[in-house]
Ligand binder design. Structure first.
Ligand SMILES: Cc1cc2nc3c(=O)[nH]c(=O)nc-3n(C[C@H](O)[C@H](O)[C@H](O)COP(=O)(O)O)c2cc1C
Length: 369
């Protein structure tokens, strides 16, 4: 990248596990429902992802990819890594991004209770039979309301873990540099962690330690199944797509969650909130979620949420609360955000009307001319 300002923390190199990252700015995962109906990645998606790498993002994390041919799919036209055919369809994507010099990580997602489109089964699964709060997202399909999930059996728990393991292996075969396990935003793993969606009285319910057990088991199983240099990260949030205001009980819960995930063998903790620079629990004061992840975890922290302004982005790195940051909406508006910032050029504002209407699929204007 040209004209890199000296002493700018955004443009320092970073070693993430075995990956040499050129700077501290990555692409946040974004579901774009632009795969084929059968969950295959397309040439358009390869062009879309390559553009961010060309624009200077040093690490790309894909949209949430479903893991099995059962309950994991959450949206129509979401891509999968549930079959070898789907895995093969990702090879042109990983090749195109690598040609631009950036690594790419596959976000593995099980929708759990928040299903808006699943071509395999009618009824979602979740830790307990609790109807999801809120409404389905309009930009992601036309479902009127969420279906109340059924509570998972022990066999379901095993099947889901196997799905993550097989999808991670396929991701490695397809040329990805790692996987990020989606443990955030109200989807399956997060619904185990969340008090009001988890009424279980077995080892997966009750205390924070029990509610994070499922995450830990998924991480351990995936870590064991892939090679040592393959990155395994996890994404964690308090807020959910269908409940932005949910908060954990406090710092002790954060200590348990981040401590357990770090001990389980993740290579990074990716924490996200609408405004990651705001206090985690209280609107007035107290630690941020990334500060807590850095305090109680023993691995690099990636911060996300509301960091499009380069000054805020620098602050997050300079406080030491995060090693890396990711951008979502700021990247959609500026697929060359790192380059623009390095060159002191102006940034465009994100316009949801323009990008995410009538639905969240990739627009022609997001592709190279
Ligand atoms: C169109 C869109 C799709 C998203 N899809 C995902 C997803 O698949 N997985 C995920 O973890 N977060 C997803 N998110 C959340 C973003 O990764 C990010 O956390 C959020 O937009 C806040 O970051 P920002 O302030 O940089 O936009 C999505 C956000 C947007 C705008």
């Amino acid at each position: 990248m040209s004209q890199i300002p000296v002493d700018d923390p955004l443009f320092e190199e970073f070693r993430l596990s075995g990956l040499e990252l050129e700077n501290r700015v990555g692409l946040s995962p974004m579901t774009r429902i632009s795969a084929t109906e059968t969950g295959r990645a397309t040439d358009q998606m390869a062009e879309y992802y390559a553009r961010f790498a060309r624009g200077g993002f040093s690490l790309l994390i894909t949209e949430g990819i479903y893991t099995d041919e059962a309950h994991s799919q959450g949206y129509a036209d979401q891509p999968g890594l549930a079959t070898d055919e789907q895995a093969a369809s990702w090879e042109p994507v990983t090749d195109a991004v690598h040609e631009e010099g950036a690594p790419i990580i596959a976000q593995l997602m099980h929708a759990g209770p928040l299903v808006q489109g699943n071509r395999f089964v009618d009824r979602p699964i979740a830790p307990s039979e609790v109807p999801p709060k809120g409404e389905p997202l309009e930009a992601y399909g036309d479902s009127d309301e969420f279906v109340t999930p059924r509570a998972m059996t022990d066999e379901d728990v095993e099947d889901v873990i196997e799905g993550f393991v097989d999808a991670a292996r396929r991701a490695e075969d397809a040329g990805f540099n790692g996987v990020e396990i989606h443990g955030a935003n109200g989807y399956l793993l997060d619904s185990f962690l969340t008090e009001y969606t988890n009424d279980r009285d077995d080892e997966y319910g009750g205390s924070p330690e029990s509610r994070v057990r499922f995450h830990v088991e998924v991480v351990e199983a995936v870590r064991e199944a892939v090679s040592e240099e393959f990155v395994v990260g996890i994404r964690i949030s308090q807020s959910k797509v269908n409940d932005p205001d949910y908060r954990w009980s406090g710092e002790e819960e954060a200590e348990t969650v981040f401590g357990a995930l770090s001990a389980a063998g993740v290579d990074y903790l990716h924490v996200t909130e609408a405004a990651i620079t705001s206090p985690a629990f209280d609107s007035e004061s107290g630690p941020t979620l990334s500060e807590l992840a850095a305090r109680y975890g023993d691995v690099p922290v990636i911060a996300n949420g509301g960091l499009t302004d380069p000054e805020l982005a620098r602050d997050v790195l300079e406080t030491g609360d995060a090693d890396l940051l990711t951008l979502a909406t700021g990247a959609l508006a500026n697929p060359d955000w790192p380059q623009r910032v390095a060159e002191g050029r102006e940034l465009d504002a994100f316009d949801p009307e323009e990008t995410l209407q009538p639905d969240a699929s990739i627009n022609e204007f997001e592709l190279p001319e």
